[in-house]
Design a protein around this ligand. Structure first.
Ligand SMILES: NC(=O)c1ccc[n+]([C@@H]2O[C@H](COP(=O)([O-])OP(=O)(O)OC[C@H]3O[C@@H](n4cnc5c(N)ncnc54)[C@H](OP(=O)(O)O)[C@@H]3O)[C@@H](O)[C@H]2O)c1
Length: 299
C-alpha cells in the first residue's frame, strides 16, 4: 500500500516543464507550492514561493512552509551557452542546489523526482537507454550529471527523469523552446535554419508532467528516460511542425551544427529511449506528430 501524497513542492514551477507539473498537480487535487526565481509567479491556485537553488536557506524556507510529501525538482540553469560562460554558477544551481534538496528530502522523509537531461550523454552512439554511461560534452551537461550523481548518492530512492528537447506552450514566460522558436519564425514567414545532423527525441512538457504525476505515488527510483519514440533531426522536427501546423515547408533551411559555431559543444545524437520494464505509464509518450497535434489543438 502506497502512502497517500497530498502536498507537493514544485521547484521551478515558473519554468516550461514546472508550470505543467504544477497545473496537473492542482487538477489532481494536490495542495501545490510552486517556486520561481527571477519573476514572481501568479497564484492561480498554487502557493508561490521564491527559491534560489544557489542559496540553501531559501530552499529550506520553502520546505518549512510547504511541508511537502513529495517534491519535483524542475528548476535548473538551462541556458547551455550561459553555463559554458559561467560554469561555477551551473554547478551551484544544477549540482549543489539539487544535493541540498535531496538532503532535505532525506531528513524529512519527502519523496523526490529530479529532472535531468539527454545532455549528460556525448551523442556519439545514441539513442541512450537508462543503462548507458554518461559523458557530458559541455558544462551544462556536466553540472546536470553531477546533480544526478549527488541526488542519488544522498537519496537512492529518488527518481531521476531525463528529458530531451522539452517543448510546449509556455503560458508564463516569453522564453522560446525548440518547437515554439520554429513556429514563430514560420508564422512570420522567416527562414528557419535547422541542423540536419543533430538528432533529438523531443519531450512534450504536458505529457512529461502527466507521466511524472502518474509515477509520483509509486516507490520508483533510479533513472527513467521520458521522450517521444521518434528520433529525428532538427530539420525533420521542423518538417513535422510545418506539416502539423499547416505552415510552409520551403522556409526550412538545412544547416549543420558546426556551421552555427555555438559556444558550447552539443551532442549530435542524444535521443533517449527507455528499457525500464518495471515502469508502466498509463499513457506512454506519443509519436512526435501526435504530440504536436495535441499542442496545436491546445493553443
Ligand atoms: N529545455 C530543454 O530542452 C530541456 C531538455 C532536457 C532536460 N531539461 C531539463 O528539464 C528541466 C526543466 O527545464 P525547462 O525547459 O522547463 O526549464 P526553464 O523553462 O528554463 O525553467 C527553468 C526554471 O528554473 C528556475 N530557475 C532558474 N535559475 C534558478 C535558480 N538559481 N534557483 C531556482 N530556480 C531557478 C526558473 O525560474 P524563473 O523562470 O522564475 O527564473 C524556472 O522556473 C530542467 O531540469 C532541465 O535541465 C530541459
Amino acid at each position: 500500500m502506497q502512502p497517500a501524497l497530498t502536498r507537493v513542492l514544485v521547484l521551478g514551477a515558473s519554468g516550461l516543464l514546472g508550470q505543467y507539473v504544477a497545473r496537473e498537480a492542482l487538477d489532481r487535487g494536490y495542495e501545490v507550492w510552486g517556486s520561481y526565481f527571477s519573476t514572481p509567479l501568479p497564484k492561480n491556485g498554487l502557493q508561490p514561493i521564491r527559491v534560489d537553488l544557489g542559496k540553501p536557506a531559501t530552499i529550506e524556507e520553502a520546505f518549512d512552509r510547504a511541508e511537502p510529501d513529495w517534491t519535483v525538482l524542475c528548476a535548473a540553469r538551462t541556458g547551455v551557452d550561459d553555463c559554458e560562460e559561467v560554469p561555477q554558477k551551473a554547478v551551484l544551481v544544477n549540482a549543489q542546489g539539487p544535493a541540498h534538496v535531496a538532503r532535505l528530502c532525506k531528513d524529512r522523509d519527502v519523496r523526490l523526482v529530479h529532472v535531468s537531461t539527454d545532455y549528460v550523454f556525448d551523442g556519439q552512439d545514441g539513442p541512450y537507454d537508462e543503462k548507458a554511461g554518461p559523458n557530458p560534452l559541455n558544462h551544462y551537461g556536466a553540472s546536470k550529471r553531477e546533480g544526478e550523481d549527488r541526488v542519488l548518492a544522498i537519496l537512492p530512492g529518488a527518481l531521476v527523469v531525463r528529458l530531451c528537447a522539452v517543448y510546449g506552450w509556455n503560458r508564463l514566460r516569453g522564453k522560446a523552446n525548440s518547437v515554439t522558436w520554429i513556429l514563430s519564425l514560420l508564422r512570420s514567414a522567416r527562414e528557419v535554419p535547422l541542423f540536419a545532423d543533430q538528432r533529438v527525441s523531443p519531450s512534450y512538457a504536458y505529457e512529461a508532467a502527466t507521466a511524472i504525476l502518474d509515477l509520483a505515488p509509486y516507490l520508483t527510483s533510479g533513472y527513467f528516460h521520458l521522450a517521444t519514440p521518434d528520433c529525428v533531426t532538427r530539420l525533420e522536427l521542423g518538417k513535422a511542425i510545418a506539416e502539423v501546423f499547416a505552415l510552409p515547408l520551403e522556409l526550412l533551411r538545412p544547416t549543420t551544427m558546426a556551421a552555427a559555431q555555438l559556444l558550447a559543444p552539443r551532442p549530435l545524437h542524444a535521443c533517449l529511449t527507455s528499457t525500464r520494464r518495471d515502469i508502466r505509464l498509463k499513457a506512454p509518450p506519443r509519436p512526435l506528430r501526435e504530440a504536436l497535434a495535441h499542442m496545436r489543438d491546445a493553443e
